[in-house]
Design a protein around this ligand. Structure first.
Ligand code: BG6
Ligand code: MG
Length: 225
């Protein structure tokens, strides 16, 4: 049976806007405060990963996981979040990444539903600042799920809210944990970034400016046959 593509579920940070850079800057500052080196390469492992899991990974990198109580870890995560909030406070609709607005309006014209699956507890706020929250038919953020990416729960929850089956959805991600989450949900995975970083993705665009529904449809339909 030929399946129709009925919904597109977006990741937020690094796909709709460049908040991935702000997460990077805020984690780097915290890590360096703790005497732990922090590189862009290591930061790739944190993309799509929840706040507390990211902190655990940073502490593990510095061999400091046992140095803090749970309460102290909460404080460290909060310190990072306060820094992050100061970085995002001036976000405006002009911070939507190139090509994303046009892609969204193309999807709307075609009657495709829009979902958001973000591991960030700040997702609603960022979507409000970008002025595009109301264009989305369903938003699932970190507060509503038990297991973060790479678990499929968040993409499955968004699909459910949109009343579509997983094989009628595509997910768009800039993180390998996110692409894994999409694939484990049984959806078609589009990645943004360097091809070699996403061997599991069904289609990779080097940047959001390249996003094209026509290209997605071509590969999606090929995968069906
Ligand atoms: C994801 C980001 O979207 O959200 C991660 O890719 C971030 O880098 C995670 O750690 C959690 O975000 P927040 O805003 O809840 O700390
Ligand atoms: Mg992301």
């Amino acid at each position: 049976m030929v399946k129709l593509l009925r919904a597109v579920i977006f990741d937020l940070d690094g796909v709709i806007t460049d908040t991935a850079e702000y997460h990077y800057l805020a984690w780097k500052a915290l890590a360096e405060d703790l005497g732990i080196s922090f590189t862009r390469e290591f930061n790739e492992e944190l993309k799509g990963v929840s706040r507390m899991d990211s902190l655990e990974k940073i502490l593990a990198r510095g061999g400091k996981q046992q140095d803090f109580s749970n309460e102290e870890k909460e404080k460290l995560a909060d310190q990072k979040n306060r820094h992050y909030l100061t970085l995002i406070k001036n976000i405006t609709p002009s911070d939507i990444l190139p090509g994303v607005k046009e892609f969204i309006s193309d999807l709307k014209t075609r009657g495709i539903k829009l979902g958001l699956a973000s591991a960030s507890k700040n997702a609603f706020q960022v979507m409000e600042l970008l002025g595009i929250k109301d264009q989305f038919d369903a938003i699932v953020d970190a507060r509503e799920i038990k297991k973060g990416k790479p678990d499929p729960e968040i993409f499955l929850a968004a699909g459910k809210l949109l009343h579509v089956e997983p094989d009628e959805c595509i997910g768009i991600e800039d993180a390998s944990a996110g692409v894994e989450s999409i694939k484990r949900a049984g959806m078609f995975a589009v990645a943004i970034g360097a091809k070699e970083n996403f061997p599991e993705a069904d289609l990779v665009f080097s940047s959001t400016a390249e996003l094209s529904f026509e290209n997605i449809l071509e590969i999606y339909n090929k995968n069906l046959t």
